[in-house]
Design a binder for this molecule. Structure first.
Ligand code: FEO
Length: 170
C-alpha cells in the first residue's frame, strides 16, 4: 500500500492531469476555430492522453485501496490570437507537471514506497517525451509559422497524429 504522503500527492496529480486534458481541449478548439484542423487534432490527441494519465492514477490508488477525493477542475485561461502561445503555454505546463511528478517520486523515495516509485517510472519517461515533442513543435512554429505554405504543410503533418492507448498496464 502506498505511503499516505505519496497517496495524497497522487490524488492531487489526478486533478492536474484532468486540468491538462481540459487545457489541451481548449487549445485544440482554438486551432480548429482558426482553420488549422491538424493542430486541433494534435491537441485533441494530447487531451486524450492526459485523460489516460488521470485514469491510470485513479486506478493505481483504487488498486491499492487508497481513498480518492475529487476536486473541481480549473477553467483554462482565456485564448489569445497568437498561434505560438498554446505551444509556449503547453511547454511551460508540461515542465510544471514534470516537477509535480518528481515531487511525488521524491516523497515515495523518502518513505521507501518502492511500488509507487516503480509505478511513476512510466510517468517520468512520458513527461520527458511530452516536453520534447512540444518543444520541437514550438521550434518549428517559430521557424516556419509566418509562412502560410509551411504552416499548411505542418498542419497536414499534425493531422496525421493518431491516438494510442497508454503502454502502462496496472
Ligand atoms: Fe500527463 Fe502531459 O502530463
Amino acid at each position: 500500500m502506498p505511503d499516505k504522503q505519496a497517496a495524497g500527492l497522487l490524488n492531487a496529480q489526478i486533478n492536474r492531469e484532468l486540468y491538462s486534458s481540459y487545457l489541451y481541449l481548449s487549445f485544440s478548439n482554438f486551432y480548429i476555430e482558426k482553420g488549422l484542423a491538424g493542430f486541433g487534432n494534435w491537441f485533441h490527441v494530447q487531451a486524450q492522453e492526459e485523460l489516460d494519465h488521470a485514469l491510470l492514477l485513479l486506478r493505481y490508488l483504487q488498486n491499492n485501496e487508497m481513498p480518492v477525493r475529487f476536486s473541481g477542475v480549473e477553467p483554462p485561461p482565456p485564448q489569445t490570437h497568437s498561434l505560438l502561445e498554446p505551444f509556449q503555454a503547453a511547454l511551460s505546463h508540461e515542465r510544471f507537471v514534470t516537477g509535480s511528478i518528481h515531487a511525488v517520486y521524491e516523497a515515495a523515495q523518502q518513505d521507501g514506497d518502492y511500488r509507487t516509485m516503480q509505478f511513476l517510472d512510466w510517468f517520468i519517461k512520458e513527461q520527458a517525451e511530452e516536453e520534447t515533442s512540444v518543444s520541437e513543435l514550438l521550434k518549428k512554429l517559430e521557424l516556419f509559422g509566418d509562412d502560410p505554405r509551411s504552416l499548411y504543410l505542418l498542419d497536414q503533418e499534425l493531422a496525421g497524429r493518431v491516438y494510442a492507448a497508454p503502454t502502462l498496464t496496472l
